[in-house]
Ligand binder design. Structure first.
Ligand code: NAD
Ligand code: LMR
Length: 367
C-alpha cells in the first residue's frame, strides 16, 4: 500500500471546499490507489461547522481517507503536508472589486507563507485559490524563503475551463476534443483568454471563428464570468472553482495530456517578456511533478496589448503589497533557475500525534 499524502486545505468549511473535499477523498486528484490524510484549517469561528463536515467525510466511508485532522491555525495545519490548497479568504461580494480585498487577504497569506516554510514538507506543492489569487500566491511565496518560488502557484484553471466550455458551446465540439486553449495573466478581468492556437480534433479553430465574436463577446465574457456568476447566484462560483482546483493539482502531479497544455499562474521567469517575479498565468505542460512554460506561441500586436495590460495590473498589485514582501526573497523570484527543486515528494518525519484532539478520524491503525 502507498504511504498517504498529507493534504492541507484552508477555508475548509467554505463553499469551494465543500465541493472539493469529497472528491479529494474519492481519489479524483491523486488517483484511486493513493491514500490521503486531510489537514483541514479554518478560522476558530468556523470550527464547529468544520466538525460537521468531518462527520460527513467519515459517513462516506472513503477507503482512501486515512485520517482527518482539524486545525484553527496554519502552523499546525501545514505540518508535514505534501500538497496545500489555500482557499480560505474573504470572497468578493456584489459590486466589489478584487483590489478591495487585497489588504485584508495579504495578512492571511503572509502568515500562511511563513507557516508553510516552517512546517510543510520541503517539496510541498501549493495552489492558491483565495482571491486575489495571483498576488496572494506571491505574498505566500515571498514569505517562504526556504521553499522554491516554483512550489507556489495560483489558479487560472477555472478561467481556462470557462474558455474551453464557451468555445465548445460555440463550435459544437465536445470539450474533450478542444485543446491548446491558454489563459494569460491575472485571475481578474484583465486576463487574456487566448484561442488563437486552439485546436478541435487536431485542426486549428481560429480560421473558422468570427473574430469580432472573440474580441467583443468571448474574451470579455470569460474575463467577467466570476462577476456574472456572483450577480446570478448572489455568491461566487463554488463547484466550478473546486473543479478547477482538482484539474490544476491533478495535472501538476500526474502530468498534462499528450499534445495539450493547461494554464497555471506561476512565478514569471521572464518568458514572453513578462516581468520576472510576478505570479502570472502561462500555458504550461506538466511532467513528473514539474511544469514548464510552453514557449514560442505567436503573439501579435493585439495579443501583446492584452499581455501588457494584465502584466501592468499585476505589477500594481505587487506594488500595493510591497511592505509584505521581504526584500531578501527578491533575488530568488527574479532568478528562478537557481532555485528549482526536485518535483518528487519526500516524506518528513512521521507525525507522532495523530491521536491528538485535532485528529477526528483515523482508519489506518490496523494496516
Ligand atoms: P466561503 O466564504 O464560502 O469560504 C471561505 C472560508 O474561508 C470560510 O469558511 C472562512 O471561515 C475561511 N477562512 C477565512 N479566512 C481564513 C483563514 N485565515 N484561515 C482559514 N480559513 C479562513 O468562500 P468560497 O466561495 O469557498 O471562496 C473562497 C475564496 O476563493 C474566495 O477568495 C473567492 O473569491 C476565491 N475564488 C477563487 C477562484 C479562482 O478561480 N481563483 C474562483 C472562485 C472563488
Ligand atoms: C471567480 O472567478 O468566479 C472568482 O474568482 C470569484 C470572483 O470574485 O470573480
Amino acid at each position: 500500500m502507498k504511504r498517504p499524502f498529507r493534504i492541507a486545505v484552508t477555508g475548509a468549511a467554505g463553499s469551494i471546499s465543500n465541493s472539493l473535499l469529497f472528491r479529494l477523498a474519492a481519489g479524483e486528484v491523486f488517483g484511486t490507489d493513493q491514500p490521503i490524510i486531510l489537514q483541514l484549517i479554518e478560522r476558530s469561528e468556523a470550527m464547529e461547522a468544520l466538525r460537521g463536515l468531518a462527520m460527513e467525510l467519515e459517513d462516506c466511508a472513503f477507503p482512501l481517507l486515512h485520517a482527518v485532522r482539524l486545525h484553527d491555525n496554519p502552523e499546525d495545519g501545514f505540518r508535514n503536508v505534501h500538497f496545500a490548497f489555500l482557499i480560505g479568504a474573504k470572497p468578493r461580494g456584489p459590486g466589489m472589486e478584487r483590489a478591495d480585498l487585497l489588504a485584508a487577504n495579504a495578512e492571511i497569506f503572509s502568515r500562511q507563507g511563513r507557516a508553510l516554510n516552517d512546517h510543510a514538507n520541503p517539496d510541498v506543492k501549493v495552489l492558491v485559490v483565495g482571491n486575489p489569487a495571483n498576488t496572494n500566491a506571491l505574498i505566500a511565496s515571498r514569505n517562504a524563503p526556504d521553499l522554491s518560488p516554483s512550489q507556489f502557484t495560483a489558479m487560472s484553471r477555472l478561467d481556462h475551463n470557462r474558455a474551453k466550455g464557451m468555445i465548445a458551446n460555440r463550435t459544437g465540439f465536445n470539450t474533450a476534443d478542444i485543446r491548446k486553449v491558454a489563459v494569460w495573466g491575472n485571475h481578474s478581468a484583465s486576463q487574456f483568454p487566448d484561442v488563437r492556437n486552439a485546436e478541435a480534433m487536431g485542426e486549428p479553430i481560429w480560421p473558422g471563428l468570427d473574430h469580432d465574436w472573440v474580441d467583443n463577446t468571448f474574451i470579455p465574457r470569460v474575463q467577467k464570468r466570476g462577476a456574472e456568476i456572483i450577480d446570478a447566484r448572489g455568491q461566487s462560483s463554488a463547484a466550478s472553482a473546486a473543479q478547477g482546483a482538482i484539474d490544476h493539482m491533478r495535472d501538476w502531479y500526474m502530468g498534462t495530456p499528450e499534445g495539450d497544455f493547461v494554464s497555471m499562474c506561476i512565478v514569471s521567469d521572464g518568458s514572453y517578456g513578462i516581468a520576472k517575479g510576478i505570479v502570472f498565468s502561462f500555458p504550461v505542460r506538466c511532467r513528473y511533478g514539474r511544469y514548464q512554460i510552453v514557449q514560442g506561441l505567436p503573439i501579435d500586436d493585439a495579443a501583446q496589448k492584452r499581455l501588457d495590460a494584465t502584466e501592468k495590473e499585476l505589477l500594481e498589485e505587487k506594488d500595493a503589497v510591497k511592505h509584505l514582501l521581504p526584500a531578501e526573497t527578491e533575488d530568488a523570484h527574479n532568478n528562478l533557475s537557481v532555485s528549482l527543486r526536485s518535483g518528487a515528494n519526500r516524506y518528513g518525519e512521521e507525525d507522532r500525534d495523530d491521536d491528538s484532539e485535532a485528529c477526528v478520524l483515523r482508519t489506518d491503525r490496523v494496516i
